[in-house]
Structures are given as structure tokens and as C-alpha cells.
Write a protein that binds this ligand. Structure first.
Ligand code: FAD
Length: 457
């Protein structure tokens, strides 16, 4: 057994931040990671000979910790390309329409626009009532938590177009249908990330910039002293955390039988993955139930390369959304070198689950058919194409984030961050600020490291 002061389970941004902070403070840490790589829900792959992100990608305008990390890593931040018109595709009973627009809200029918604006204003007003650190204590918490976002939407949006546009936005932000989300949970998610407009915006919002060469470089930079000291164990899925004798601390055992011992453990993973670990004694009921009451969202991410960014020459920014096409959210991902054009996008929510069981060839065809509908026949013949199905990824079980289903925040919310004895919790799902994002993961790692350091002092 290797004695440590703290074992961190998970080498995503939350676990790496926590371990790095403890290591810098002079504590002995061990990081156990199930995969053969670090970075968790961020990951890179090769497209037409270049490294591209196939997981978490954008740095938001207000993601200050991530921006600091990017500066310290010396990577180049690339503002998201936005020049030109955006596209909205709606399909009303076979009446297929493609609209060009600029700004946040598309030019749909005036009644739909008016009620959309009012609904967004109402959301922004209602989120002001929330305490980000304890949304379950809001005066109307129980009422809001026991209704779905879908029932709220049906009350506030009467036009079909209004509902479809709102639905598109929710699906692209949450990778889930409004019917499975708690209204309180969604309100918290908006507030945690400033507001709904910031979540759906590019320039001054959550999609402001990307990292040349991929987000994983920042995870590697964060991990560097830990890697150099050989403190990160890859392919080390934790199978059990046991406390047999209070004086000997916790014993953490991996699936292949390696055992590690420490007085403190930080689980830096989404609640949906905690039940792959056997806890002995079992976790408190509220924490244990988070595992099956916070399912992950559903997303398949794809990046497609073309000879040129031909859509730019047609006055388009490359941004497109649809209510009915499978590839329902798309952005320009052309590298700064301009050596080829690229589009990145997502199959989100219920369509992602359907397309997850199709063959990769059928998915590729569906993506190219969607892109052809948005951008014309030139989109039919790409140079290269890469995808990752995050739903079937065994160490993600879906993405982007664990979802607040109805009743979770008011019934189990305090268990998200409360330590279970010497077991502490990190991960973006536990973040008060920037929940769901890399920024939230980093901040949750900082909080967990603070808890552990204070307890061991
Ligand atoms: C397609 C996609 C697009 C996204 N886009 C963005 C974006 O543009 N901007 C943004 O900020 N965020 C984005 N996100 C979300 C962002 O990637 C996550 O919020 C963030 O990476 C979560 O970090 P984390 O440390 O909380 O969790 P994770 O990254 O999930 O880390 C948890 C780690 O724990 C490991 N693990 C799990 N169980 C065990 C076990 N039993 N034993 C050992 N290890 C275990 C996992 O393998 C994983 O490495 C996106 C995510 C996806 C998938």
C-alpha cells in the first residue's frame, strides 16, 4: 500500500485541480484515473492531420479560472468565428424553412418573438430569487422543483415556433429534453452560468473562444508536476472504498486489486458514475441516490473538414440550429492556419439516443445530410470526419453534465457537496458557479482541496 494524505479519484479538470492544489500545499496525493488518459470529458482527436476537440471545447467570456490556466499554459485562445449570418431550420409538418438571422433571437413570426423575449425576461427575473449555494432554500423552491421545464415552457410559450426555438436552445445547452428537467434545476443552471442569454451566446457568452491545439493541453499543464512525480495512475478504475478500522483511514481498491490508503478521499466524478464504486460502509441515502437521480445528458459530437470554409464565402458564420435535423447545433471550427474549413456540431438529447444505436456510416450520412440542408451541396463531400458518442463512453455515460431531474435539488441538493465522513466530492455537477462547464469543474476542485487541506491541518 502507498500511504498518501489524500487519494483523488478522477483525472478530469476537477480532480486535477484538487490534486494539484494539495500537491502544491505539500500534501502527498495519489490520483486514480479509470481511463488511459487524463482530461475526462475533454478529449482530442485527429481531423485531416490536425488535433481537434471532440469533448469540452469552449472557454466562456466569464470563465476566469480557465482563462488564467490558458495564459499560464501559454496556449493561444481563438475567438469563435461569428462573421456572417446564422441559420435556423424549422420544419412544420413538412414545411421545411431555413432562415438567416443575426443576433441572439432569429427573425421568426412577431408573436413568437415577443413571447420568447418575455419568457427569457421572466427566467432572468426568477433566477434572481436563487441563492447559488443553496437553490433548495429559495422561497418557491419546492413548487419550481416539482415542475418540469416543459410544463413551464408550455405556460409561457403559446406559439409553436416560440416553443420550438426555446426547445432548440434548451437541447443544445442541456443535451436533454425540457420534459426531463426540473424547472428549479434549469433556473439554477442559468443562474450558475450568469443567465440564459450567456449560455446561448457566443461572443460574450459561454462559447466565446477555443484553444488552438485542444483543451486537453490545459489539463496536461495542470497535471505537469503530478505527472513528473508519477502521482497519476492511469487505467486504475476504482472499484471499492472501504473503511474497516477508523484509525487506518480509507482503503481504495482498483478493479485489478491494487490497494491505496489515505485518511482522505476526493471523488472527482459525476454522480452518475459513483455507483461503479462499492462503498463500505454504504454512503448516506441522499448521496447514494444522486447516482440514479442525476442521469447524464445525451450527446454525440462530430467535426467535419472541407477543402475550404465555403459557407463563409456565402455570407454565413457556420452557426446553424434545427428542431428536426439530427445534427441540430453547428459552429465553424476552421483552424486559424486556414489549411481547411471545418464545422463542429452535436446530435443532442433524444435524437442522440436514437442515433447512438445506428451504425457510424448511417450517423455520418445523417450529419452530412443535415449539413447539406444548412449549407448546400458543397457540404456533401468532406475531406474528413470524426465523431465521439459520449453516451456509450463507459467513463462518461453521457454528457455534457449530470441533469437536475424534478425533485433532486430540494430533496437531495445538500448532499451534492457535503462530505460523507472522510469522502469529499468534486466535479462540475457540484459547482455553485459555472456548473456543467470546465470552469465549474476547476472551481469544484479548488473547494474540495480547501476542505481536505483544512481538515488535515
Ligand atoms: C461533447 C462535450 C462538449 C462540451 N463542451 C464544453 C465546452 O465547450 N465548454 C465547457 O466548459 N465545458 C464543456 N463540456 C463539459 C466539460 O467537458 C465538463 O464540464 C468538464 O470536463 C467536467 O470535468 P470534471 O472533472 O467535473 O469531470 P470529468 O471530466 O468527467 O472527470 C471525471 C473523471 O473521473 C474518471 N472516473 C470515473 N469513474 C472512475 C472510477 N471509478 N475510478 C477512477 N476514475 C474514474 C473518469 O474517467 C473521468 O476522467 C463539454 C462536454 C462534452 C462531453
Amino acid at each position: 500500500m502507498n500511504p498518501s494524505d489524500c487519494i483523488v479519484i478522477g483525472a478530469g479538470f476537477s480532480g486535477l485541480q484538487c490534486a494539484r492544489q494539495l500537491h502544491d500545499a505539500g500534501l502527498r496525493v495519489t490520483v486514480l484515473e479509470a481511463r488511459d488518459r487524463i482530461g475526462g470529458r475533454t478529449r482530442v482527436t485527429e481531423l485531416a492531420g490536425r488535433t481537434v476537440d471532440i469533448g469540452g471545447q469552449w472557454i466562456g467570456a466569464a470563465h476566469s479560472e480557465l482563462q488564467t490556466l490558458a495564459r499560464s499554459a501559454g496556449v493561444q485562445e481563438l475567438p469563435q468565428f461569428t462573421d456572417g449570418a446564422r441559420l435556423l431550420h424549422l420544419d412544420h409538418g413538412g414545411r421545411d424553412r431555413l432562415k438567416r438571422y443575426r443576433g441572439l433571437i432569429p427573425n421568426a413570426n412577431p408573436l413568437a418573438l415577443l413571447e420568447l423575449q418575455r419568457a427569457i425576461q421572466t427566467l432572468t427575473k426568477q433566477q434572481k430569487a436563487l441563492d447559488l449555494h443553496a437553490p433548495w432554500e429559495t422561497e418557491r423552491a419546492s413548487e419550481w422543483d416539482h415542475q418540469t421545464l416543459d410544463s413551464w415552457m408550455r405556460r409561457h410559450l403559446r406559439t409553436r415556433t416560440g416553443r420550438e426555438i426555446f426547445d432548440i436552445a434548451v437541447r443544445s445547452v442541456m443535451t436533454a429534453e425540457p420534459g426531463m428537467l426540473s424547472f428549479l434545476g434549469f433556473l439554477f443552471y442559468c443562474a450558475s452560468n450568469e443567465n440564459f442569454e450567456v449560455l446561448t451566446s457566443v461572443e460574450s457568452g459561454a462559447q466565446a473562444a477555443t484553444v488552438d491545439g485542444g483543451m486537453v493541453q490545459l489539463a496536461e499543464h495542470l497535471a505537469r508536476p503530478l505527472t513528473a512525480a508519477e502521482l497519476i495512475h492511469l487505467e486504475a478504475p476504482v472499484a471499492e472504498i472501504r473503511r474497516s478500522d477508523p484509525s487506518s483511514g480509507l482503503v481504495v481498491t482498483t478493479a485489478d486489486g491494487r490497494a491505496f490508503q489515505a485518511p482522505k478521499v476526493v471523488c472527482a466524478l459525476p454522480p452518475a458514475l459513483q455507483d461503479r464504486i462499492r462503498f463500505d460502509p454504504p454512503l448516506a441515502a441522499n448521496r447514494a441516490q444522486l447516482a440514479n437521480r442525476m442521469p447524464m445528458g445525451s450527446v454525440i459530437k462530430t467535426v467535419v473538414a472541407y477543402e475550404t470554409p465555403f459557407w463563409r464565402h456565402n455570407g454565413l458564420s457556420g452557426e446553424a440550429v434545427s428542431h428536426s435535423l439530427p445534427f441540430n447545433t453547428v459552429f465553424d471550427a476552421t483552424p486559424p492556419s486556414g489549411e481547411f474549413g471545418a464545422l463542429v456540431g452535436f446530435i443532442d438529447g433524444a435524437p442522440a439516443r436514437r442515433w447512438s444505436s445506428a451504425t457510424p456510416e448511417a450517423r455520418r450520412e445523417a450529419v452530412l445530410t443535415s449539413l447539406t440542408r444548412y449549407f448546400g451541396e458543397q457540404a456533401r463531400n468532406p475531406l474528413d470526419h470524426v465523431e465521439h458518442d459520449w453516451i456509450t463512453d463507459p467513463w462518461a455515460r453521457g454528457c455534457y453534465v449530470g441533469l437536475f431531474t424534478p425533485g433532486v435539488l430540494t430533496e437531495l441538493g445538500p448532499a451534492l457537496r457535503a462530505p460523507c465522513g472522510d469522502i469529499h466530492w468534486a466535479g462540475t455537477e457540484t459547482a455553485s458557479e459555472f456548473c456543467g462547464y470546465i470552469e465549474g469543474a476547476i472551481r469544484s476542485g479548488q473547494r474540495a482541496a480547501g476542505e481536505v487541506a483544512a481538515a488535515l491541518a
